[in-house]
Structure formats: C-alpha cells, structure tokens
Design a protein around this ligand. Sequence first.
Ligand code: ADP
Ligand code: MG
Length: 488
Amino acid sequence: VKKSTSSINSNLESNSTPQKSGHIVSTSKTLMEIEKLKQAREERRQKQAEDRKLLDELNETDRANFIYHQLIEQFRCDFYNKVESSESNQEINDDSTIQICVRKRPLNEKEKSLKTFDIITTKTGQYPNSQLYLHEPKTSVSMSKTIENHEFYFDHVYDEYSTNKMIYLDIAKPLVENFFDGGKVTFFAYGQTGSGKTHTIFGPSGGKLSNEVKDSTSDNYDKGIYEYACKDVFKKIEEKFEDNTDTQYLLSLCFFEIYGGKVYDLFNKRNKVSMLEDKNGDMQILGLKEIPVESYDDLQKLLILGSQVRTTGSTEANPDSSRSHAIFQMTLYTYPKGNTDSKYSDPTFLLQQQQHVGIGGSTNNDFGLNIHGRFLLIDLAGSERGEDTGNISRQARIEGAEINKSLLALKECIRALHMARKSDNVNHVPFRGSKLTQILRDSLVGKNCKSVMVATISPSSKSCDHSLNTLRYANRIKSYKSVKTVSD
Ligand code: ADP
Ligand code: MG
C-alpha cells in the first residue's frame, strides 16, 4: 500500500512542479491548478493526434479493431466507475440445487498475435454482484462501428485472474461436504473447445504428466478442481476413520467417455461397455471397471492413465477429447468397521463381489457395502461441436447432431428440474432425451443432489459467436434477466 501511494505522490509532484523544464515552482495553488489543466489538455491533444496518425496508418481491419477496442474501453471506464457505488448488500438466499458460473480465461498468445481483442467485461463475485458483458462488434448500415452490449448475471463470475483454487474453494468444496453427507453431486464444465474446461477440471496439464509442468507438486501450482477435491476427500476419509463410529469409508473410481451415444471405459483401453435401464429407470453400465483407491497418489496415477487413453490416437473410432463427454466418477461406500473375517474387511474383495457396477441405484448388497455418496466431474464435449457449421463431413455432422442432442437434453433437464423442484414433481423431466442425461438422471434427481456448472469462455473477439452461445446456454438454465444495449 505504501509503495503505491508514494508513486502517486511523486507523479503528482512531477506534474505540478515542472522542475525539469526549468520553471520556477509556483506556490500559488490556483496557478498550479491552471498549469495542471493546461498540461492535461496538452497531453490529451497530443494523444488524439497520435491516435489519428495511428488510425491513418492502419489498414481497414486494424482500424475497425481499434475503434471497437476504444468503444469497449470507454464502456469499461464508465462501468467500473459506476460499479463501486452500486454494490448490493442484499443477501441472496439461494437454496437451488444448481449453481451456474462463468469463467473467462486470459487471451492466449495466438489470440494476441492475431490482433483480436478482449470483448468480455466482468464484475467478479457472487450474485447479485456478479455481472458479465459481452461486447459484440457490429457494423451499422452507415458503415459506422458499434458494439452491442449483452448483459448477463450468473451465480458466480470469474475473470481471467481467477485460479482453479479460488473456484474450488467457492463452489466445489461445498460439493465435497455434500458428498460425505450422502449426496450425489456433479461438477460440469461446459464451453467451446479451447475455452478452459479441461484446465478447470483436470488442471493446466489436462490430467497428464508433462515436462513443461515441472512444479506441478509445488503449492503455487494451480491444480485442477479434481486434485483439490480428491485431497479433501481423502482427508475426510481419514478423519472419519479416527471417529469412534462403526462405519468406515471406501472410495472407488470409474472414468469413462460418452461418444456417439455409447460409453467407452477409459480405465479399460477404451472398451465399449453396454448400458441397461433398470426397473427404476436408472441406467446401469455393465462391466465398467470400478477401481477402489486408498490414497491420493493411487488416484492420481489412475487419472493420468485414463487421461492418456482419452487423448491418444484421435481417429473416427477414438475421438479427440473435444468430441466426447468425459465423466470421472467417485463413489463413496460405507461398510462396517472391524469385520472379523479379513476377507470381508478387504474393500477390493467387497467390490469384486458386486455382479456389475451400476452407476445408478443405491444398492445394498450382502457384503455390507453401501453406496453413500457419488461425485461426478464432467468435462463436456466442445459446445461448438453441436452447432450447425455447414460445410463438414458426414461423420462430423452425425457426431455434431449427437453432441447437440445431448447438450440440449442436458439444458432441458436442468431447466425442468429447476421448475420441478418448486412443484415437487420430477416426472416430466426429459431424461430420455440422450444417453448423457439418462446416465446422469440418478445424480440430478433426489433430495441430496447438487450440481455446479462452470461455463468457460474465451475473451477473444474471434470467439464472439461461440461465447455468446455459451452464455445464452448457461443463462437459459437459470433464466437470469439478460439485457442488451448498443453503444457507438
Ligand atoms: P478445453 O478443455 O475447453 O478445450 P483447455 O482447458 O484445454 O480447453 O484450454 C485450452 C488452453 O488454454 C490450454 O492450454 C489451457 O492451459 C489454457 N487455459 C485455459 N483456461 C485457462 C486459464 N483460466 N488460465 C490460463 N490458461 C488457461
Ligand atoms: Mg478439453
């Protein structure tokens, strides 16, 4: 604090006392003020002249970019001046079971070198103090440049300076609590390819081990949501074990991909596994590999293995990660402490006894293993894959239609759930709309279900349409008021 104050003072001094040009220091306050104004005017003139010169030298695209950029800067200047005074103290008592958040990532080097500009203005925080604008560049009929300002509100808005850790503490850590309270919880990342879904869930390395990320074990390294969550999960399992109760906890993992309406096991060489609907309408995934884990290190090794399977060999049969939904599933079981028969106190054995592993249901079995909670981390397929992009291959079109179907179904289900909770009637939620929603059904309905969706966006003007689609999608789920204004 001290440092910044002193630098402001020294600036003021050098402005008002132009010793460098050899003037005598005026002691009269008014004279100083006049001098300051004069100087400011002169600087402004100079800046305008420079800008004009710069504009003249630019080609058409650059000139347009420059104008858009200035319009956005002007908007931000006004907006941030207003923001300070408009902070609301209103406490929002939001008991809804889904939170919708948006995260803007920084412009990357490629976007900077392509001379694109940042079209997202944020007011970070929690609703109602969280706000986001997308400034859509437009050319009017008279060829003048304008920006259309689309305004959005979300439960949380995160800007380019936010970290995974901040996001974890705000919105994902509470899910870990629910998980141990016997809840079914889901963390989604939704957005265009390259907008930061994998970065958010699996960290900057995308869940792989990379030489570039040398310090991935250091505390300063921003890990993925999954790492923070899993560490807390194991901490809690230990705490619970210390407690004087008769139950102990076991954690197991599944990692699979939904592509083209089918499920592929990432823990088993991407084998296709089949699904069956049980009598409750829940999907059971037959033969999906479920692995008990006893430490964070084991879990991380498994995740790295699965992530490698996910991203290697992208062919038509093995889609790249932007074309599939990846689901990392943790199941928390409880079982009685201190069974005298050692066989029955071995979690691996207990798990093996299950005929098949269903991701639905809360089945009891003869071995005392009870499903207690479920935690899904979902890295959805790139949202742009579901958009109609015209000139593409037949395969890509079929694939796009499937992705579109599942993302639409997801939106409709969450919307319908939101409405249904108010009337306590979930019969009309259209889970059958896609395999994704059928599989998620069990994790979205019920008293103890909680979800968080993070919609990730690129700030670049190049991604304007995709970002707008993402924001509209997220907005539809909770129907916050959204407005647009035009300024030029
Ligand atoms: P997606 O999974 O949505 O396709 P990625 O998570 O792979 O996108 O992100 C694309 C690139 O941008 C990656 O190199 C990633 O590390 C980087 N990136 C994404 N979000 C951020 C962020 N918030 N801060 C810094 N880099 C980011
Ligand atoms: Mg990804």
